[in-house]
Design a protein around this ligand. Structure first.
Ligand SMILES: Cc1cc2nc3c(=O)[nH]c(=O)nc-3n(C[C@H](O)[C@H](O)[C@H](O)COP(=O)(O)OP(=O)(O)OC[C@H]3O[C@@H](n4cnc5c(N)ncnc54)[C@H](O)[C@@H]3O)c2cc1C
Length: 403
């Protein structure tokens, strides 16, 4: 066993932490209240070399491993506890990795090099108005016509729609899951890169108002007879669902360390507060009722954070050395994603209590963290689906209820 990061990873963390604490943390309210991540912050992250860092160097990335990508996610989560910047970072990190690995090399180079410069976004679009957890029932259809595919259908609750349509100078697009052989369920789905702002055909977008993580948009898009060239297919035909599972494993693992980062940072802020707030003649920090909650929550976060890094480490081992099976990685990633948002949410919620009435005020940063972390009880796969995955791996596929 070795719980140490490499020397390079420690140096990397130090530089990202310094950057994020200086440039990102003071802008928390700008991001949450302004409804977008200011472009200078995005370009700052690009200059640090962390956007699309998992893409290969010839495509504008750094060929970064998953653990290193997790470190950047955790530090961003610590600084912008709303999780908006973390979403902006982690979605292209995980799904850019998938695009880099399975996408057409010219197309992925063109797109990822723009993402790496902070000028475009690459997101994931699996969820639809009538199918989220139950992806076998998506309706988006892709029909081959010569050397193109014609897409029809609607995606919903997609992170980054406004970033692509309006906010980023060079747009970007979404890895979009569609049925190419509807008779085959998940074995008849393919993944397409769809640059929704640039495609021919009818595209209409919806923007949604959210409870938290307001610095990044969530929306939907509907495609009517939208034509994409066949090179926009990511990976082989009818393998889209399984390719998505690789992206989910990666994204879920980063999310778990992001949630822990945001909650640990909120706990640290709260620790300063309880040391200086006097109640009944003592600082709040002296009371064991407060200390016990702090200790319990910190220990849980510490444990889940390690599980998140274990998932990232396993992802690297599987992808780079073939050491674990896909299913082993999927299980551990699901374990981490199942626990992290809840443990983080409880930690922040308990710490808010120590603030008294101030905890309920808009100026208290903890409420921003609470609302942001809550999103991860659904985004990139809901908690219940994580439980189904873990149970499936423990009991065997014959115990899946939906077969
Ligand atoms: C902030 C945010 C950002 C998102 N960003 C994206 C994105 O970028 N791209 C994208 O494709 N999607 C995105 N999503 C959607 C997300 O992936 C879905 O919300 C998630 O997969 C659940 O799907 P659903 O919302 O349709 O819920 P449903 O599938 O309708 O499920 C409803 C509830 O029932 C639970 N449930 C389902 N099946 C069972 C069962 N068998 N037993 C018990 N409980 C069950 C679910 O866990 C959930 O809590 C985002 C969601 C949020 C909240």
């Amino acid at each position: 066993m070795d719980f140490e990061f490499t020397e390079e990873q420690e140096l990397f963390r130090k530089s990202i932490r310094e950057y994020c604490q200086k440039n990102l943390a003071p802008r928390l309210f700008d991001i949450e209240d302004g409804g977008r991540i200011p472009q200078d912050i995005i370009e700052g992250l690009a200059n640090m070399g962390i956007l699309a860092m998992t893409a290969s160097p010839e495509k504008g990335g750094a060929g970064a491993d998953a653990v290193t990508a997790g470190i950047a996610g955790e530090e961003i989560g610590r600084a912008d506890v709303s999780c908006a910047t973390a979403v902006f970072y982690l979605v292209p990190t995980a799904w850019g990795y998938v695009f880099n690995k399975y996408g057409d090399s010219e197309l992925s180079k063109k797109v990822l090099s723009k993402v790496a410069k902070g000028r475009a976004f690459i997101g994931i679009a699996t969820t639809e108005p009538a199918a989220g957890s139950d992806l076998a029932n998506i309706r988006m259809l892709a029909v081959k016509k010569g050397s193109t595919y014609i897409l029809n259908g609607e995606k919903m609750y997609t992170s980054g729609v406004k970033e692509v349509m309006e906010l980023l100078p060079e747009a970007g697009g979404f890895l979009t899951l569609a049925k190419t052989d509807p008779s085959k369920g998940t074995r008849g789905m393919s993944l397409f890169y769809v640059p929704i702002k640039e495609v021919s055909g009818e595209v209409s977008v919806t923007y949604l108002r959210e409870m938290g993580r307001r610095g990044i948009s969530t929306g939907g898009f509907s495609l009517k007879d939208v034509e994409v060239p066949e090179e926009n297919m990511v990976g082989p035909e009818n393998r889209g669902f399984y390719i998505c599972m690789e992206g989910f494993d990666f994204a879920r693992s980063i999310i778990s360390v992001v949630c822990c980062g945001a909650a640990m940072s909120a706990l640290e802020t709260a620790m300063d507060y309880i040391k200086q707030r006097n109640v009944f003649g003592n600082p709040l920090a002296k009371y064991e009722g407060v200390q016990f909650k702090l200790a319990e929550n910190y220990a849980k976060l510490d444990a889940v954070r390690l599980l998140g890094y274990k998932a990232l480490w396993m992802f690297d081992k599987e992808q780079r050395e073939g050491k674990f099976t896909r299913f082993e990685v999927t299980r551990v990633a699901a374990e981490a994603k199942m626990l992290a948002p809840w443990v983080a949410f409880d930690a922040v919620n308990d710490a808010m209590q120590w603030y008294g009435a101030y905890g309920y005020m808009a100026e208290c940063p903890l409420q921003i963290a609470l609302r942001g972390i809550r999103s991860y009880m659904w985004a990139e796969g809901a908690t219940e689906i994580m439980k189904i995955i873990v149970a499936r791996e423990l009991l065997g596929k014959e115990y899946i209820a939906y077969r």
